[in-house]
Design a protein around this ligand. Structure first.
Ligand code: IDP
Ligand code: MG
Length: 154
């Protein structure tokens, strides 16, 4: 099973879309193994969006990410990294395919509701950036045998 990092951004919090997005992730079969609300510091945003610090829109992005606290989540599932990226949709909400979270609920390139790790390597780095080991939980649910075939449970 893979783990991936999700942030529900201030655009999701402000619009009251937390429940909706969480519900989609749960219904897909992803298991929440960590979840907390945090106010992002300058340092955390600069590390998380290091690939964007030199972009002209970075100051606006930083402000947008600090407008409210965010909800950070670590979810687990088979191929979870790719699945959550696909469920999030293209970065720009106006280009995102209907049926994706951004495609259904965002009309903005920046205020696109959700962050999802883009590779297994980055997922591991990002999970460690946002969670301490004791904030992540290893538990089994009876649902696992309903969600997966026996030979998929690893
Ligand atoms: P991603 O969130 O789909 O992985 P990234 O390129 O990693 O996309 O960009 C991180 C975030 O920065 C985006 O989710 C979006 O909020 C913002 N962003 C990226 N590109 C633009 C842009 O061209 N204009 C405005 N905001 C952008
Ligand atoms: Mg990205």
């Amino acid at each position: 099973m893979q783990q991936t990092l999700i942030l529900l951004k201030p655009s999701a919090i402000e619009r009251g879309l937390v429940g909706e997005i969480l519900s989609r992730l749960e219904k897909k079969g992803l298991l929440i193994v960590g979840m907390k609300m945090i106010q992002l510091s300058d340092e955390l945003i600069e590390a998380h969006y290091a690939h964007l610090v030199n972009k002209s829109f970075f100051p606006i992005l930083k402000e947008a990410m600090q407008k409210t606290p965010v909800i950070a989540m670590c979810v687990k599932g088979k191929e979870a990294v790719r699945l959550v990226r696909e469920m999030a949709g293209a970065t720009n909400g106006r280009n995102a395919t209907p049926g994706t979270i951004r495609g259904d609920y965002s009309i903005s390139a920046m205020k696109n509701l959700i962050h999802a790790s883009d590779s297994l390597t980055n997922a591991q780095i990002e999970i460690q950036r946002f969670f301490t080991p004791n904030e992540l939980f290893n538990y089994q649910t009876v649902m696992a045998t309903a969600l997966y075939a026996f030979d998929e449970l690893n």
